[in-house]
Write a protein that binds this ligand. Structure first.
Ligand SMILES: O=C(O)[C@H](CS(=O)(=O)O)OP(=O)(O)O
Ligand code: MG
Length: 242
């Protein structure tokens, strides 16, 4: 039986051997929720990059550029990090290069893995189904905040552990801790996160609508996976191939 483990910060990735593993990179608030939304809204490819300058360079390749630092859209970019900015036809058929404070880092630092899947509550079941098919050991990589632990990504890890409970072994305390936290919180995630650092830190930006949206489960049947140098939606790839 494969196992599921949780890495609570990208800064701890040096402790793990990613070879042969499936990584689920998660930044619930808000980078991976936004990427999932972008694919659901018809984006073609997403290039997650770590630096603002690199992201800016993608404009010359016909990409929309998206950049967030400390919760706000960086100056000179097309989009920020709110899922709502990716709706209403804004990204349909477009390639997007994106850099965010935490989420894009979690993805790019996981490149040694056999498979990288981008997870959020919005596509939780699609991710769980894919992991069952892959049957590899799983490491959930929480984006955290600037190298530190956060609640929201850990809650996602716990929700995924719960969805996979019959098919994966819980030999890691990290997975059990995430599961117990999620089971405590799941009746009302918005309320549970009211005192969280993200909610308090970005309170002045009035992004409550974003937070409530990002905590909704199973809204999209979308499966962003890393291929070569970009994310593609595996659901759409399969649809085109069939
Ligand atoms: O835009 C977000 O919600 C956060 C802002 S902060 O770094 O947590 O203050 O960025 P993300 O990269 O999506 O975690
Ligand atoms: Mg975050």
């Amino acid at each position: 039986m494969p196992s599921i483990d949780v890495c609570f910060s990208p800064e701890l990735l040096h402790l793990y051997d990613l070879k042969g593993k499936a990584v689920v990179a998660v930044d619930v608030l808000r980078a991976t929720s936004t990427m999932v939304t972008a694919f659901a809204e018809g984006a073609s490819h997403i290039f997650p990059v770590m630096e603002l300058e690199e992201c800016r360079g993608f404009a010359g390749r016909g990409c929309l550029t998206a950049a967030e630092r400390n919760g706000i859209k960086a100056e000179g970019f097309d989009l920020g990090n709110s899922p709502f900015a990716y709706m209403n036809g804004n990204v349909a058929g477009r390639d997007i290069a994106i850099t965010t404070t935490n989420g894009t880092r979690a993805i790019r630092l996981s490149e040694a893995a056999e498979e990288i899947v981008v997870g959020a509550f919005l596509n939780l079941q699609a991710v769980a189904n894919h992991l069952r098919e892959l049957n590899l050991d799983v490491l959930v990589v929480c984006a955290g905040w600037k190298g530190q632990f956060n609640l929201e990504d850990t809650l996602f890890a716990g929700a995924l552990v719960e969805r996979l409970n019959d098919a994966f072994g819980y030999e890691h305390d990290s997975a059990l801790a995430a599961l117990y936290l999620y089971q405590t919180a799941k009746q009302d995630l918005v309320e549970f996160l009211r005192q969280s650092s993200h909610v308090r830190r970005l309170e002045h930006l009035e992004i409550h609508k974003d937070i409530e949206f990002c905590l909704r489960h199973d809204v999209y049947d979308v499966l962003p996976v890393w291929r070569h140098d970009r994310l593609v939606d595996l659901m759409r790839v399969r649809e085109l191939e069939s």
